[in-house]
Design a protein around this ligand. Structure first.
Ligand code: HEC
Length: 252
């Protein structure tokens, strides 16, 4: 009996630890299959995109198509100015290849870049965009400068690759910078496009309340697709506008 007890005890420990092991590592239902499918997966299924070489956006990198081009499209690449048909001064600013080929961009060299000189020119008669248009904002000049200093490359990223934060969307911090760089160039000044002013909260609120803002950015039929002549805003940005409107479209 004195020898049997320790043996029984050892067997007991063995059985217990085997049990624990099997509970932890062999669940009948994998945990993953219990979590609800998130909408990002659904998007991928609906729009199969080859994401193998498209990375999430890095806040230290300037992405031409997402950050620089919207500024050029809403301030410069119009008819009678720098769209492909008009090509004033043989400068075309409506896509990456043309900007690099025609706007005198010297990678890594701000002072040597005609594009930079034109947007920072002190002489109002030479400055771009010309009077009566407003000059680019310091933030817009900063984005274009950073892009040139990074080598004026056409880096790509997927703005929807990471989870989208739609909680407590702030008009001032989250949405206004997007409007300023993507829309305000056309929707401001003495003759704002479509009579719509997007440079301040009150103007934005008008098209929020009549439903045209969401109709236009969702490219719904019956509305003009905005930004005009540009890429549709990312899914995340559209979701943030929608969440902000559902929360009462506050001037927050
Ligand atoms: C290149 C110039 C340009 C840019 C950039 C632009 N718009 Fe417009 N937008 C227009 C013009 C012109 C109209 C009026 C004619 C029309 O409806 O097509 C208009 C009309 C609209 C309308 C009314 C649509 C309707 O169906 O009644 C809304 C809302 C609007 N824009 C929002 C935006 C927003 C938001 C952005 C940025 C994401 C933007 N726009 C960027 C030129 C522009």
């Amino acid at each position: 009996m004195r020898q049997l007890l320790p043996a029984l005890f050892t067997i007991f420990i063995l059985v217990m630890s085997l049990n624990t092991w099997s509970c932890k590592h062999d669940p009948t239902m994998p945990e993953d299959s219990m979590t609800p499918v998130d909408t990002m997966d659904i998007d991928t299924i609906d729009n199969p995109v080859d994401t193998s070489d498209i990375t999430p956006c890095d806040s230290n990198t300037v992405y031409f198509n997402q950050q620089v081009l919207p500024i050029l499209k809403s301030n410069c690449a119009f008819s009678a100015c720098h769209d492909a048909a008009s090509a004033q001064g043989e400068v075309i600013l409506d896509n990456y290849n043309q900007v690099v080929a025609t706007a005198g961009v010297e990678p890594f060299d701000l002072q040597g870049s005609d594009l930079y000189e034109a947007i920072t020119e002190d002489d109002e008669d030479k400055r771009m965009p010309p009077i009566p248009r407003s000059p680019l904002t310091p933030e817009q000049i900063q984005i274009i400068s950073a892009w040139i200093l990074q080598g004026a490359e056409n880096e790509e990223c997927d703005p929807d690759a990471e989870a989208c934060d739609t909680d407590n969307v702030s008009f001032v911090n989250d949405l206004q910078p997007i409007l300023n760089n993507t829309c305000v160039g056309c929707h401001s000044g003495s003759a704002p496009a479509g009579g719509i002013i997007l440079g301040d909260y009150d103007g934005v609120k008008v098209v929020v309340d009549d439903g045209r803002l969401l109709g236009a950015i969702n490219w719904e039929s019956g509305f003009s697709s905005m930004p005009q002549g540009g890429e549709q805003l990312s899914d995340c940005v559209i979701d943030q506008f929608t969440a902000w409107i559902n929360d009462g479209a506050l001037n927050n």
